[in-house]
Design a protein around this ligand. Structure first.
Ligand code: ACO
Length: 449
């Protein structure tokens, strides 16, 4: 992999928009507008045959008319013009092309796609796409796409084979409170594929977790090898696993989708963690981007409610997490922070009387104890407690234990106050979910990793 070409493609210092337009509603206008309004700090060069300027930027008839070097070009001209534009970009020495244009292999026009790939290869230019929404990077304030805004900032990178889904996930980052640093639409993968992306993101300092929405691999074996070597967690949602789904994927991105079992075993060989659905992709991405992997088998559940404790226990079994009782000395210490009718077994039931102090003491003690490898903290909103106070007690307890290498996941069940408290936890690096099942599933992802 040519690292500098991919760096130029995904984190460019200058961008040309070939097919930039001054007409609102055209994709060439939206990309220009996005680059400007999202605050991209690099140089922007609109390329248009007739316009003297677009959105206040001096325009050029060709990239060859621009004197300065250009890292990346976003292509928004119709398909038939892409070959000549690719040739000009190659001559200009542009490192990467972000080809938004549709009308290539996804509709059977393989020859046109092969032609642009061959031209790009001649010049060492890398191609993202075609048939994509574009690419985004919060770190660079780069919105080189027609998605309306940059995602909520976070530490993950999403690679999506579906453009529309990428736009939808972009919007959902704000309601789900799961942030991303990068969102990359990969489309037909005519050149740059998922394996290249994993290789690049594995070295990218702003990325701590790689999330994939996949319909099919182009080079499965290479992707598995690259994933196996990756130092960062990779979580994948694979669609097109049913017979009809596979046919739909073939006409969407031209991918060869395969049987669920084959992907499942390939993922497990590669150390790729699977997500069951979109919701689960968000949940697992959040945990994997914020918490260290689980390094042992001893998971302790703390709760103030018997019901959520039982739900958590059921979920632990469902996700293959073995729940053992803590050793006597651990139970004895925990008993100091609960009434007689509490339980120091696992789940540890602090009872509905648990307030901030009990949460702080038990979280702090258990997270710091050598027997505990991972902690799941559950909370039911009660009339006697303030969810924000409990959230702060949990965070404090974790921080003061000094064990940054042990994972914690949290679930608050309640209303608006619980939701706000969970947002606060997430903003402060602790993944929090609205159901015990989700907190256990998140811990299971850290265990699988
Ligand atoms: N160099 C630079 N600009 C040029 C050139 C050239 N050689 N030739 C023409 N242009 C200009 C045009 O003059 C026009 O600018 P203008 O508005 O000032 O006239 C601009 O390039 C765009 O060309 P149009 O012919 O107006 O093309 P249009 O904007 O209608 O469509 C597009 C181009 C968007 C690339 C279209 O062909 C396409 O592929 N659309 C689909 C995109 C898509 O959905 N991608 C997949 C996303 S994934 C998903 O599922 C959401």
């Amino acid at each position: 992999m040519d690292k500098s070409a991919l760096q130029g493609l995904l984190r460019p210092k200058s961008v040309a928009v070939v097919g930039a337009s001054a007409t609102p509603g055209k994709i060439g206008f939206t990309v220009m507008d996005n680059l400007k309004k999202c605050g991209y700090a690099g140089k922007i060069y609109p390329i248009n045959p007739t316009a003297p300027e677009i959105l206040g930027f001096k325009a050029y008839a060709s990239v060859l008319d621009v004197e300065d070097p250009i890292d990346a070009a976003v292509i928004t001209v119709p398909a038939k013009l892409v070959p000549s534009v690719t040739e000009e970009c190659g001559k200009k020495g542009i490192k990467g092309l972000i080809i938004i244009t549709s009308g290539f292999s996804e509709v059977g026009n393989r020859a046109l796609e092969d032609e642009i790939v061959a031209t790009a290869k001649k010049y060492g230019t890398r191609i993202l796409g075609p048939n994509i929404v574009g690419t985004m990077s919060n770190s660079d304030k780069l919105n080189a796409s027609f998605a309306p805004f940059l995602p909520l900032p976070g530490k993950s990178a999403l690679i999506s084979q579906s453009g529309a889904l990428l736009i939808a996930i972009d919007a959902a980052t704000y309601t789900r409170r799961v942030g991303f640093d990068k969102m990359i639409s990969i489309g037909n993968m005519s050149d740059v594929d998922i394996a290249d992306m994993i290789t690049f993101l594995n070295e990218d300092p702003e990325t701590s977790c790689i999330s994939l929405y996949i319909e099919g691999f182009k080079d499965g074996r290479r992707t598995i090898e690259v994933a196996r070597k990756a130092k960062k967690p990779i979580v994948a949602l694979k669609s097109g696993v049913s017979a009809h789904g596979a046919a739909a994927a073939a006409s969407h991105t031209g991918s060869l989708a395969g049987a669920a079992k084959i992907y499942k075993s390939a993922f497990s060989q590669a150390g790729i963690i699977q997500a069951e659905d979109l919701d689960n992709l968000f949940d697992r991405t959040l945990a994997l981007s914020q918490q260290p992997p689980l390094k042992g088998e001893n998971i302790l559940i703390l709760t103030n409610g018997g019901g959520v404790g039982v739900l958590g226990t059921d979920a632990a079994e469902k996700y293959g997490i073995p729940l053992k009782f803590a050793p006597e000395d651990v139970q004895e210490e925990l008993k100091k922070h609960m009434p007689d009718f509490g339980s120091a077994k696992n789940p540890v039931d602090l009872t509905g009387m648990a307030g901030n102090d009990w949460y702080f003491e038990t979280v702090n003690f258990s997270h710091g104890h050598k027997w505990v490898d991972g902690l799941v903290v559950l909370y039911c909103e009660t009339a006697m407690t303030d969810p924000m106070g409990i959230a702060k007690a949990i965070k404090d307890g974790v921080d003061k234990s000094g064990k940054a290498d042990k994972p914690v996941t949290v679930s608050f069940v309640g209303g608006e106050r619980s939701e706000k408290a969970m947002h606060w936890l997430v903003e402060n690096g602790i993944p929090a979910y609205a159901a015990p099942d989700k907190a256990l599933n998140a811990m299971a992802a850290l265990r699988e990793y």
